[in-house]
Ligand binder design. Structure first.
Ligand SMILES: [Zn+2]
Length: 477
């Protein structure tokens, strides 16, 4: 962008330290760890923050890999949210356009969270640098949030009150496109149902046995009939995580099925979960087994904030799209050849842009609420968004159309394009943070919108009071 206002001090702060964060992101890429087990990925972050003068608290909200770091002692608090967990079975060599796991079956950064956490640190540090240089009041906080992928790390951090004093929260996600994320996600609970029956010889004394596996099967049948009578945006998925053993001639005395229930908002979710619970109890009654359940996670749908989304978009517009090189585009094109044009078209449709088939990396900007996507997932950023006004940016870090949670994302996670997309996101986020600190009127409007939305729909935390995080120590059931 020849005519972009490069004089912007914050951009310069981001640029001056960028190599450090490219290296940190690559380091986290190289140690992919699953939810709540991100020991190494979490341990490398405090050093990067402490050297910048942040006061770092480790293990916050009872989560060993969660971090909260603050710089500054007075003024509004701007939060940057980071993630750093990887996905199972997505190990992949970097920088090549063919499926080649580095370690078969090992985790990999197939959602780009190596970039997500570090990009947020990069934004937090640049904003801190600027406030320090100008002697402006304002507090910058980085939240290192574990277990986004099926752990609700932020949900448990929110429930512990860690966001209560924050004025606004800013985050981003690696993406095919650059712009403002659409605050439309589903509320979600992940629940284990444990059935207990009575073991017996399946041939000589079947009448004395009561099968927990039968109960799981009947529960699944019941829920599958329920599907027809749910709101169309609701989703339910299940996996049988314990079949009760591998011996058909033994009546299975125990079995566990894990459900993921998703609804449009926390209220709708609650009613769907109540129906699924009823079906579980009915299945237990039919089979003369007993059932107990444990809620593992709860993710709230996103509560958007249009004022904040437009402020972020203004900063993204000032930057323009990231400046990718010919080599960046050529590699992205090779990656695109590994999936179909349907993937590319779906990616464009998802953000409401007109599809282009000859563009491999983002060259245009996605304005706030450009479309209403119908196929959406869930994120624990939602839990934060009900506590404080929250905005999520999309940063263009991979080839357009790259499927989510794919080996292709792992393959692109250390590429120069990924680094550029992360740096770009850090600049836009840091500038939005500064705008919020400097512009009291903007802050007031953002908070007013948040208050109004909460008045219309009070927050219902999808994490029940008695739920506890699914830390490795609690994993058995
Ligand atoms: Zn993700």
């Amino acid at each position: 962008m020849a005519d972009a206002p490069n004089s912007d001090e914050i951009w310069k702060f981001v640029e001056s330290k960028k190599q450090k964060y490219f290296d940190l992101s690559d380091e986290i890429w190289a140690t992919p760890e699953l939810n709540f087990e991100e020991y190494r990925s979490s341990a490398v972050q405090p050093a990067a923050l402490e050297v910048e003068g942040f006061d770092v608290q480790r293990g916050v909200a009872g989560l060993p890999t969660a971090i909260m770091a603050t710089a500054g002692s007075e003024g509004p608090i701007i939060a940057f949210l980071g993630e750093f967990d990887a996905l199972p079975d997505h190990s992949q060599e970097a920088g090549i356009a063919e499926h080649a796991p580095t370690t078969q079956g090992a985790p990999g950064h197939a959602c780009g969270h190596n970039l997500l956490g570090v990009g947020s640190i990069q934004a937090a540090v640049a904003l801190k640098d600027y406030l320090e240089k100008e002697g402006l009041p304002g507090r910058v906080r980085y939240y290192g949030c574990p277990a986004e992928e099926g752990g609700s790390g932020k949900g448990y951090m929110a429930r512990a009150g860690l966001f209560d004093d924050v004025d606004a929260a800013i985050t981003w996600h690696p993406s095919s496109f650059v712009g403002v994320g659409n605050p439309i996600t589903l509320s979600c609970n992940e629940i284990n149902f444990n059935f207990v029956g009575k073991s017996s010889h399946a041939a000589s004394s079947p009448h004395l046995g009561r099968s927990a596996l039968d109960a799981v099967e009947l529960m699944n049948v019941g829920v599958n009939y329920m599907r027809e009578h749910m709101p169309s945006r609701a989703r339910i998925h299940y996996a049988v995580t314990d079949t009760g053993g591998h011996a058909p001639n033994v009546v299975q005395a125990r079995a566990t099925v894990r459900y993921v229930v998703r609804g449009g908002d926390p209220v709708e979710l609650k009613s769907l979960v109540a129906r699924v619970m009823k079906i579980a109890e009915a299945a237990a009654m039919m089979t003369e087994t007993s059932v107990s359940h444990r809620v593992l996670t709860g993710e709230a749908s996103m509560l958007g904030n249009e004022t904040l989304e437009h402020a972020l978009f203004g900063q993204i517009e000032r930057l323009g799209p990231p400046q990718f090189s010919e080599e960046d585009r050529a590699f992205a094109q090779k990656i695109q050849e590994t999936f179909s044009t349907a993937d590319v078209k779906a990616a464009y449709a998802n953000v409401g842009l007109k599809p282009k088939v000859d563009v491999s990396l983002a060259d245009e900007l996605v304005p706030p609420r450009n479309t209403t996507p119908t196929m959406v997932g869930s994120t624990d950023v939602g839990n934060v968004s009900w506590i404080v006004p929250t905005v999520e940016m999309r940063g263009a870090t991979h080839a357009i159309g790259t499927p989510g949670h794919s080996w292709q994302i792992t393959a692109q996670g250390k590429s120069p394009a990924a680094h550029k997309g992360m740096e770009h996101a850090a600049k836009a986020m840091a500038c939005t943070g500064l705008e919020l600190i400097q512009d009291g009127e903007l802050r007031r409007r953002v908070q007013e919108e948040h208050r109004r939305l909460l008045e219309e729909t009070p927050f219902l935390d999808p994490i029940p009071d008695d739920a506890f995080p699914d830390l490795p120590a609690h994993r058995a059931k």
